[in-house]
Design a protein. Structure first.
Length: 373
């Protein structure tokens, strides 16, 4: 089975309730891109327009290796200037002006059209058996994108526990599966020469920007690991904390499903995700833990409390007292999610899977649900 063999195999379109577009300081446009991250695309658009990237706002980041369409607003840039931007694999469609910028709350969900190629007979049989089950709902796990190269949740845990040196060491020295050989050698060098920042900076590959930022700071401030982390954008540091919250949610939901339903479990980084073998009709809102979380007596809450205890983390740790700007209150999240407009079409042996998911749900998890067995 092959997914994302080419960008055209993964098409995503944002569904947004547009405000009334009449007058205002913000220009709204649809950004359609291929082989660009959202941030990189907007950086280049900002450069061509001669303005700061801080003027641009969008509702959510989209995959690089895909064709994606999303709404963007930009402050005090006239439509003609945007329309003159000419970048390969980027299309800008100006749609109007507004007196408010785009925000995360504007996003309702995303439409997906995914081509899955080179399926074995076993995989095709799995889809036939699972199609109806998945159409009724699947576990609302956080997807791989939430976990970066697979250790972001561990970095988040170290930050919350106050072990800032440990967090920096995980970023610099922990080898992840699938990394380039040059990257692996650099991380091994970090582990074996910890504290010799000048030597490490000379050897850091140019494409490792986060690692370079940390080392540049540590050369002048040898043991100030909190200061080093603060050289990273707050958005990135928050991602580490959010990844740990996502890890706890995924692990608790997986255990909940394992206890309640006949299930099949799949490897997912350093833990596993369990999926019911039957259709689940269960509408439940579950805790993604934070400092404002209140635990009840439900089985999920008990599982989550036990996981936090095992990790030596208290809910108050999410106040992140050593880095209060990363404080996270926690939220509610649906335990199971139902796709809308779900269809599977045979395309000469390949499958075209189309569906709509509300914001925060992951297409990659739906695909995993579909190919059990």
């Amino acid at each position: 089975m092959k997914i994302k063999e080419k960008p055209e195999d993964f098409v995503v379109e944002e569904i947004i309730d547009l405000p009334e577009l009449t007058e205002g300081e913000y220009t709204y446009f649809w950004l359609t891109k291929k082989n660009w991250t959202t941030v990189r695309a907007i950086q280049q658009i900002a450069k061509r327009c001669g303005v700061s990237i801080k003027r641009f706002k969008f509702a959510g980041t989209k995959d690089k290796f895909a064709i994606t369409k999303q709404l963007v607003s930009v402050w005090k840039v006239e439509p003609p200037k945007l329309e003159r931007v000419n970048l390969a694999d980027i299309d800008i469609e100006v749609i109007g002006r507004c007196d408010e910028r785009v925000s995360l709350g504007d996003l309702k969900g995303n439409k997906f059209a995914i081509m899955i190629r080179d399926l074995s007979k076993k995989e095709l049989e799995a889809v036939r058996e699972r199609k109806e089950i998945v159409s009724g709902g699947f576990p609302n796990y956080f997807g791989e994108q939430r976990f970066g190269r697979g250790n972001t949740h561990l970095v988040g845990k170290s930050i919350l526990s106050g072990d800032l040196e440990g967090a920096v060491k995980l970023i610099l020295a922990k080898v992840s599966e699938g990394e380039l050989e040059e990257t692996k050698k650099f991380r091994e060098l970090c582990a074996n020469n910890w504290g010799d920042w000048s030597v490490l900076l000379k050897e850091v590959p140019k494409y490792l920007g986060i690692e370079s930022s940390l080392l540049n700071y540590l050369i002048k401030n040898k043991t100030d690991f909190g200061g080093a982390l603060r050289k990273l954008p707050k958005k990135i540091r928050k991602l580490y904390v959010h990844a740990y919250q996502s890890y706890l949610f995924n692990k608790a939901l997986s255990e909940y499903i394992k206890r309640k339903y006949e299930s099949e479990c799949l490897d997912f980084f350093d833990f596993e995700l369990c999926f019911p073998k039957e259709m689940v009709v269960e509408e439940i809102d579950l805790e993604v833990p934070g400092c404002s979380t209140f635990f009840g007596t439900s089985e999920f809450d008990i599982i989550l409390k036990d996981l936090l205890k095992e990790d030596g983390i208290d809910l108050s740790d999410f106040e992140c007292k050593r880095m209060p700007e990363l404080r996270s209150e926690g939220v509610k999240r649906k335990g199971f999610i139902k796709p809308d407009d779900f269809s599977i079409k045979d395309m000469d042996g390949d499958l075209r899977v189309s569906f709509y998911l509300t914001k925060g749900a992951y297409a990659t998890i739906l695909i995993r649900s579909l190919f059990l067995g």
